[in-house]
Design a protein around this ligand. Structure first.
Ligand code: BTN
Length: 272
């Protein structure tokens, strides 16, 4: 059993009690905090295995094995950023899992825009972008039994107060933080609270299967549609225009031949 460790907090700028006091719905009513952990997604999956309820959240000040999509690692230094995972138990079939990422991206983007005033956009499917640089990302992992989703873990990483010199050279061109964009430090407590409350609202919309509302909000917030893009899918690389996303959250690409192609997941680059 993993303890609900609200009293173990040593990072003054991150108050789990204040987050809990400010949440309006089920997201974050219960928060498990770690100074450091391998990955909050792994911890949240362990909680799910122990029968923890939907809406439970794992927050860490740092991660030793933070992971991103496509087997990448996620830079997770202490004291500056947000690393958290939410346990969800939606009534959903496995093939609709992308909609969870879409929902979390919408919730995060709206919350981060409110708190920071930055013009944050979503790059399909899960990147939170500002000035064409990555500010955050979402990693949804599911457990599926007989095509039904037993649970989903939505992991959220946001670069909040990280300085440019903390970024390895290899990602300096491609990544940013709220502080790097605004010149100001932000309270992680406040950011997490806003994100959890916004995700609560959008999760309710998802649960009620109001997919067109969710997808139209995503379309409003994305920087991907209408752009020429490259998508790497394993060994295959496609180029074309990002035309739309379908009802399952998959990208519809218009190829130079005029044919359209639906892409479920892949590594997308916006082309000039
Ligand atoms: C991506 O853009 O590739 C997704 C990054 C997701 C990172 C977050 S940080 C909290 C949670 N725990 C992890 O190990 N990963 C996610």
């Amino acid at each position: 059993m993993i303890p609900e460790s609200a009293n173990q907090i040593k990072s003054p700028a991150l108050s789990i009690d204040r987050i809990k006091a400010g949440v309006k719905g089920i997201m974050g009513r219960k928060i498990f905090f770690y100074e450091t952990i391998d990955s909050t997604n792994t911890a949240a999956a362990a909680l799910a295995g122990e029968g923890e309820e939907e809406g439970a959240v794992v927050v860490a000040d740092s991660q030793s094995k933070g992971r991103g999509r496509l087997g990448r690692s996620w830079l997770s230094p202490p004291g500056v950023n947000i690393y958290m995972s939410i346990l969800l138990k939606p009534e959903m079939v496995a093939k609709d899992a992308t909609l969870i990422t879409i929902m979390a991206a919408v919730g995060c983007t709206i919350a981060l825009r409110k708190v920071t005033g930055l013009d944050i956009t979503i790059k399909w499917p899960n990147d939170l972008m500002v000035s064409e640089k990555k500010l955050g990302g979402i990693l949804t992992e599911t457990r599926v039994v007989r095509k039904r989703m037993e649970y989903a873990i939505t992991g959220i990483g946001v670069n909040v107060n990280m300085d440019a010199d903390a970024l390895p050279d290899i990602v300096k061109e491609a990544a940013t933080s709220i502080k790097m964009e605004t010149g100001k430090s932000f309270s992680r407590t406040e950011v997490i609270r806003e994100v959890l409350n916004e995700i609560d609202d959008w999760y309710n919309i998802l649960r009620k299967k109001r997919y067109s509302e969710l997808l139209s909000q995503w379309k409003h917030l994305t920087s991907t549609l209408g752009r020429n893009v490259q998508v790497v899918l394993g060994k295959e690389t496609l180029q074309g225009q990002a035309e739309s996303i379908n009802d399952e959250g998959m990208l519809v690409l218009r190829l130079p031949s005029g044919a359209s192609r639906v892409v479920q997941c892949g590594d997308l680059t916006l082309l000039r």
